[in-house]
Design a protein around this ligand. Structure first.
Ligand SMILES: [Zn+2]
Ligand SMILES: [Zn+2]
Length: 137
């Protein structure tokens, strides 16, 4: 599936080809910290088909529990997380951050990973009151 997207400040715009069957929710502690929230939603980029249209990306390289080095790419202007990929030859999981994709309503998670560090409450939000916008100032 062809998608396009951008960061919050629009410095970074891109197009990519993703696999809608590979949309995952990741509850790992690195995703919690780097995204600044409870979990992260990513989708697999097919055949490394990611093309930066405008702007430039900055990367932070982290060492995963498996020992592989993952580059976490983000907008240097506004900090929006764009993708992560393995550093070196080929990237078995080149993951695009779903929240930056214009067509994200069509990218529905199929699996959850690193559930051992999942925040208990994140499994079910249905009991919380819902508001159409932010009622507090
Ligand atoms: Zn930006
Ligand atoms: Zn993660």
């Amino acid at each position: 599936m062809k998608v396009d997207g951008s960061c919050l400040c629009k410095h970074v715009t891109y197009e990519a080809t993703v696999d809608p069957q590979k949309v995952i929710v990741c509850h790992c502690t690195d995703c919690q910290t780097h995204s600044g929230t409870a979990y992260r939603v990513s989708t697999g980029i097919v055949n490394e088909e990611f093309r930066l249209l405008t702007g430039r990306l900055k990367s932070y390289e982290k060492i995963a529990e498996s020992g592989t080095i993952r580059a976490l790419a983000f907008c240097p202007e506004c900090g929006t997380n764009i993708y992560s990929k393995t550093v070196g030859e080929g990237s078995p999981f080149f993951a695009l951050r779903v929240g930056t994709v214009k067509q994200r309503a069509q990218l529905i998670p199929k699996q959850q990973v690193w559930c051992r560090s999942a925040e208990e409450w994140s499994a079910d939000l249905t009991a919380l009151p819902r508001h159409e916008n932010q009622p507090f100032s």
